[in-house]
Design a protein. Structure first.
Length: 261
């Protein structure tokens, strides 16, 4: 592990199965951004976008890129049950099926993007049962992956965050902001919309996400971008990658220009 917050690459934590979660830094100084990818297992294609955006860099300040928040879930979706030792446990979490292609959760069957304390457990699709998706966990930050992301976020205190998911080509920006910060966040969301060509949308009935927690706890602009057209099927494959990169290559670069320190 590379030590020190000024290092270009650091390990921010481990997954349930002990796999490393890394953050890569580009640029120096303020404003500071944080962009995270592949929180849902089946959305592993976004880790490839992370590398393209990392090489693109930022126009101003610095940014941390976390390409693979959920390495266990990504491997389950990509290669299946052979990626874990406790096959019995995983099969039980998946209803006995050996088909893990649509798996979103981590290796505990917790959907990491509903495991944050921002109206936790109040999402319309939330479940109380571990499985492939939508399980909120026993409590907020119950999982090593979300706890690692929390600790790193509080450590660097970013001025903005972006979360990449698939699919639908939409940008979510709203989560009960105050009248003071709402116009600011809307303006920045429109920057992302112009850069990607994706429209702004509202995730009605959604709660407990990383974006939501950043808005609620840190009072910073925070966005979720659903990359990839609906014509592509989950899990999105190499056939979708070039389109995703072309539309999103400049998104973080363009956003960084507009952030006020």
């Amino acid at each position: 592990m590379v030590q020190g917050i000024n290092a270009p690459k650091i390990e921010i934590g481990k997954s349930v199965l002990g796999r490393s979660i890394y953050a890569l830094k580009v640029g120096e100084g303020n404003p500071v951004g944080l962009v995270q990818y592949a929180m849902h297992g089946r959305e592993f294609i976004t880790a490839r976008l992370a590398i393209a955006q990392y090489h693109m860099g930022v126009a101003k300040g610095s940014c941390w890129f976390i390409p693979l928040v959920n390495p266990d879930g990504a491997l389950l979706s990509q290669i299946g049950i052979s990626s874990v030792q406790d096959k019995e446990k995983m099969l039980a979490l998946n209803g006995g099926s050996e088909d893990f292609r649509l798996w979103k959760a981590n290796a505990n069957g917790v959907d990491l993007n509903v495991n944050f304390p921002a109206r936790w457990g109040k999402g319309v699709r939330n479940t109380r049962n571990a499985g492939a998706e939508n399980y909120i966990g026993g409590k907020p930050f119950s999982e090593p992956e979300t706890l690692a992301l929390k600790r790193f976020t509080l450590r660097i205190r970013p001025d903005y965050t972006v979360s990449y998911h698939t699919k639908g080509e939409e940008i979510y920006w709203y989560f009960y902001q105050s009248s003071r910060t709402c116009p600011r966040d809307r303006r920045l969301a429109e920057v992302l919309s112009r850069s990607t060509g994706y429209p702004l949308a509202e995730a009605k009935g959604s709660a407990g996400g990383y974006k939501d927690w950043c808005i609620q706890r840190l009072k910073i602009p925070s966005f979720t971008i659903e990359a990839g057209a609906d014509c592509f099927a989950h899990p999105l494959s190499e056939s979708a990658l070039q389109d995703i990169i072309e539309k999103n290559r400049y998104a973080i670069y363009d956003l960084s220009k507009e952030i006020n320190e």
